[in-house]
Design a protein around this ligand. Structure first.
Ligand SMILES: Nc1ncnc2c1ncn2[C@@H]1O[C@H](COP(=O)(O)OP(=O)(O)OP(=O)(O)O)[C@@H](O)[C@H]1O
Length: 315
């Protein structure tokens, strides 16, 4: 069964002279167990989609189903199947321990005493908080609180977990731990939809990338396809003396010289490599005179570059 099915979904805010269309005919099908990265600039409609899927907001057109239940007609059933976690570190009782908070919020979700005890320990382990479970939440770091939010989201075993900017405001170490906690869900059958501006979240977690722009889905690709959209796999940054290489005007299918700059008697050029092959090295040897090159650095493609490139095509 599909975890999420969205057809022609629309949401308009306001009815006056200037209504805002936040979602415009969105179609999306997500099979169970997939981890989807939902990307888009500020105002693209990501939060609106999350709110509709979690029944916090009604659509103004189209349909959406979660675990087979319609978000409008069977909202109560949907709420049993879906959990939503927002970025940020508030919403806990600071004087209670992590375990006590989790049990409290689990109880509110209607779990029986036995099931609650079992699930509490399981999810604390899943998010890496077992060792800190008996510490007061007021002593928790931001990242630990965020992982506790995810534990609350998981305690009632939802089929679908919606994460809105989960790593916002976290330092790199905490963000890495959080990603580990989310990654641990892979294979458990939980379907995860993550909205994020952190491309590293997508790179390390997502099976599929959906990109929204002005309320419409403009890309819906596997992570691999998304990566390939850039048209290159690496950039070689070359620094040299003397005559700089000529910048290539258009894509020739082979390596492309871009971004030639001059500074303090040295030039720097970025050579985009579509794919590594013997002819790539031959090309590099012919275009870049070994006498003039003083430094060479190979940079693997970053998802952020792809995103910037795709977003740039829109402006
Ligand atoms: N309650 C509201 N009333 C009026 N307009 C709204 C409301 N909520 C959102 N919007 C508008 O709807 C559009 C989509 O907003 P939404 O919050 O869904 O985008 P987003 O992709 O989540 O953005 P961000 O990355 O900034 O969170 C934006 O133009 C926004 O200004």
């Amino acid at each position: 069964m599909n975890a999420i099915e969205v057809e022609g979904l629309c949401r308009t805010y306001g009815t006056g002279r200037q209504p805002v269309t936040a979602l415009d005919q969105v179609d999306l099908t997500v099979p169970e167990g997939q981890i989807i990265g939902l990307l888009g600039a500020n105002g693209a409609g990501k939060t609106t989609l999350i709110k509709i899927l979690s029944t916090l907001l009604l659509p103004t057109g189209g349909r959406a189903r979660v675990a087979g239940h319609d978000v409008v007609g069977r909202a109560r059933q949907v709420r049993r199947e879906v959990s939503v976690v927002y970025g940020g570190d508030r919403g806990f009782y600071g004087r209670l321990t992590g375990r006590q908070n989790l049990r409290f919020f689990g109880m509110l979700q209607g779990l029986s005493r036995g099931r609650l005890a079992e699930r509490t320990e399981a999810v604390l382990a899943e998010v890496g908080l077992l060792a800190a479970a008996d510490q007061r939440v007021e002593t928790y770091s931001r990242g630990m609180r965020q992982r506790l939010h995810i534990a609350v989201g998981l305690v009632a075993s939802p089929r679908v977990l919606l994460l809105d900017e989960p790593s916002i405001g976290l330092d790199p170490v905490e963000a890495h731990r959080l990603r580990d906690a989310i990654g641990a869900m892979r294979g458990s059958g939980v379907t995860v939809l993550i909205t994020t501006h952190q491309l590293l979240d997508i790179e390390s977690l997502a099976d599929r990338v959906v990109m929204l722009h002005q309320g419409r889905i403009i890309h819906d690709l596997s992570l691999e396809e998304f990566r390939k959209r850039s048209g290159y796999t690496a950039t070689v940054r070359v620094t040299g003396r003397g005559e700089p290489p000529e910048q290539d005007g258009q894509d020739t299918g082979g390596p492309v010289v871009t971004g030639v700059t001059l500074r303090e008697g040295l030039w720097t050029a970025d050579v985009r490599i579509p794919a590594w092959s013997p002819s790539t090295f031959q090309w590099l040897g012919e275009r870049l005179s070994p006498d003039s090159v003083v430094d060479l650095e190979v940079q693997a493609l970053r998802l952020e570059d792809v995103y910037r490139q795709l977003a740039g095509e829109l402006s």
